[in-house]
Design a binder for this molecule. Structure first.
Ligand SMILES: [Zn+2]
Length: 85
């Protein structure tokens, strides 16, 4: 099966040495601050991540796509869990 062997090598060599998704965020997801949000509209829970400029947290209800924005304020709450009605 020399043909199969050649195809296998080609497949390997076509991959770049270090694979990185094109849309890699500047900060790893594990380090990005996020809020835990419960969308009462659909009874679902999700996380929303801080915007790149750190001025707000923006997300959407995963079911009805209702947008939600939390402004970041120095005097704001330390709570990390919110319910959106
Ligand atoms: Zn919803």
């Amino acid at each position: 099966m020399s043909a199969d062997s050649r195809d296998y090598k080609l497949d390997l060599s076509s991959r770049p040495p270090s694979v990185a998704p094109a849309a890699t965020p500047q900060v790893p997801a594990s380090l990005r601050p996020f809020l835990s949000v419960h969308f009462a509209c659909c009874g679902v829970y999700t996380r929303i991540y801080r915007s790149p400029d750190a001025s707000s947290y923006r997300g959407r209800c995963p079911r009805c796509l209702r947008p939600v924005t939390f402004q970041v304020a120095a005097s704001g709450t330390d709570s990390r869990f919110f319910v959106v009605y």
